[in-house]
Design a protein around this ligand. Structure first.
Ligand code: PGA
Length: 240
């Protein structure tokens, strides 16, 4: 099981140090689950330092594809690797809907991050409009195809996919366990990688979602900002 906390644009360096100190004490000795936190860029250094002697990993929330170059405001995956960051989220739906991320640019970022030696959690998922129009499978299939074209066999072990229906993110509405299971099965039929579910996962619904055969973990937004609720989800995962 893999549980990743996407902090989005929350928690600066001070709050990050305090959170990581409490989280590492709270999760000490927990087996059967790999735990990742994804702080904003300015807090990565502190998170890496605070969690260095633990099993907890630190991922960025995005990465550019190039090693270096004239890309003002972008962050090189090689530089992330150099500072001890283990991986990156790529193509979160907020990147797609608010910042112009496309299947093509997502594929470049995934390729760059894997080349740099990072792990990647690549995000896919349909909007409400697409689900209502019966296009969920087509959309997710297209997104997964774009990812699969850039992932070489030897890098597959550093890739996970997060299925996050856009209508479930930050809304309090989760996909039903059956809806999640159907899409996870579809993704796994194309790519043999762990598939995480994301979208309003909370301590109260985590166990049921994580007990589905093709749900290998979860990507948590809002509930990852609080040590107690994030730890409770990690504990549910360790029991699943
Ligand atoms: P949420 O966010 O858990 O707050 O719905 C999930 C995500 O955006 O990754």
């Amino acid at each position: 099981m893999l549980i990743a906390g996407n902090w989005k644009m929350y928690k600066g360096p001070d709050e990050t140090r305090e959170f990581c100190a409490r989280l590492r004490a709270r999760l000490h000795g927990l087996d059967g689950v790999d735990v990742i936190v994804c702080p904003p860029f300015p807090s990565l250094h502190d998170a890496v330092g605070m969690l260095a002697t633990t099993e907890l990993a630190v991922f960025a929330q995005n990465a550019h594809w190039a090693k270096e170059g004239p890309y003002t405001g972008e962050v090189s995956p090689w530089m992330l690797k150099e500072m001890g960051v283990g991986g990156a989220l790529i193509a979160h739906s907020e990147r797609r809907s608010l910042f112009g991320e496309t299947d093509e640019s997502a594929a470049l970022r995934i390729e760059g991050a894997l080349d740099a030696g990072l792990h990647v959690i690549a995000c896919v998922g349909e909007t409400e409009h697409e689900r209502d129009a019966g296009e969920t499978e087509t959309v997710v299939h297209r997104q997964v195809e774009a990812i699969s074209t850039v992932v070489e066999e030897e890098n597959l072990e550093r890739l996970a996919i997060a299925y996050e229906p856009v209508w479930a993110i930050g809304t309090g509405r989760t996909a039903s366990p059956e809806q999640a299971e159907d899409v996870h099965e579809l993704i796994k039929s194309r790519l043999r990688v762990p598939v995480l579910y994301g979208g309003s996962v909370k301590p109260e619904n985590a166990e049921e979602l994580l007990s589905q055969p093709n749900v290998d973990g979860a990507l948590i937004g809002g509930a990852s900002l609080d040590v107690e609720s994030f730890a409770a989800i990690c504990e549910a995962a360790s029991r699943s």
